[in-house]
Design a protein around this ligand. Structure first.
Ligand code: SF4
Ligand code: SF4
Length: 180
């Protein structure tokens, strides 16, 4: 066995190797929805005539979609931010925090869709802190709370971009494919 100390360049090579392995594992094992089916309640699905805040008739709550291979394009296209970004911790999985987090279409802002039975969920606990931090960093944040649109952070109440975002959410409903 070689007991000598690693040189700096060997340490760097080892570190690079570990990073490559981590990245490869991340690609092989991306995050999955697991037993979360929250967007199947919170979001509207135009193709099915499903309004927001009601369970889809095809949902097996806590298990998944009964028509998964044939689900509409809106459902196929939608991925909440928790699913996309492993940086969000497990406790922010939508069925746990009762908030589906999505980005605005141009990526310049966040929309937090609250489960109607959990008023204020987007402003509580870890989710509340995440959104507060985003707002402090200058990211516009809107909460969709039933029929209400709460501008949590805008920079300015007359921010034309925010007005446009809210109009977009109102016009297109809250459909998953819309992503505001
Ligand atoms: S809310 Fe996100 S994690 Fe939950 S089922 Fe929908 S896409 Fe998957
Ligand atoms: S059809 Fe869409 S909204 Fe309905 S259960 Fe399947 S994935 Fe969810």
């Amino acid at each position: 066995m070689d007991n000598r100390m690693l040189t700096e360049s060997e340490k760097q090579a080892l570190l690079r190797k570990e990073q490559e392995i981590d990245e490869a594992l991340h690609v092989i094992q991306p995050r999955t929805c697991g037993s979360c089916t929250m967007c199947c309640k919170i979001m509207g699905v135009e193709e099915l005539g499903k309004p927001p805040h009601e369970w889809c008739r095809h949902t097996d709550v806590g298990y998944g979609c009964r028509i998964y291979p044939d689900r509409p394009p809106t459902c196929k296209e939608f991925e909440c931010l928790w699913l996309q970004q492993t940086i969000f911790p497990e406790e922010l999985r939508p069925d746990k925090c009762r908030v589906v987090l999505s980005s605005l279409r141009d990526g310049d802002g966040l929309v937090a869709f609250e489960d109607v039975g959990y008023f204020g969920a987007a402003q509580k606990g870890r989710m509340g802190r995440v959104l507060e931090k985003a707002g402090r960093a200058g990211v516009p944040v809107i909460i969709v709370r039933g029929d209400d649109r709460v501008i949590l952070y805008s920079g300015s109440k007359t921010n034309p971009k925010l007005v446009e975002m809210i109009n977009r959410i109102n016009q297109h409903g809250d459909g998953p494919g819309d992503q505001a």
